[in-house]
Write a protein of this length. Sequence first.
Length: 102
Amino acid sequence: MQVDIDLFDTALDGVFKDVGLTYKVKLISDVGTYENTVAFTTASGGATQLSATTYFAVSSGTTISGVQIIADVKLGEKLLDIDKTFTSNGTFTVSNIVVSLV
């Protein structure tokens, strides 16, 4: 049985394009809360992605261990291969997150 890819797109848009929700990318860190409001593209080919790069100003001494996508609940999480510890104030950039059902 083959599932029509449009069903995947509809499902993704139902989760990542809900106008009643605020979507955020949140850094998993040892101190402080780092989160930015983001938007996702309209799903196509069974995938959606961040509509733009998001930047975080991170304080010296902070260790970042991963990234989460949140709305009312956690929608996804990716841990870094190696934690990033900032020895001075800096910027953490998330340039692309792709969510795929295929």
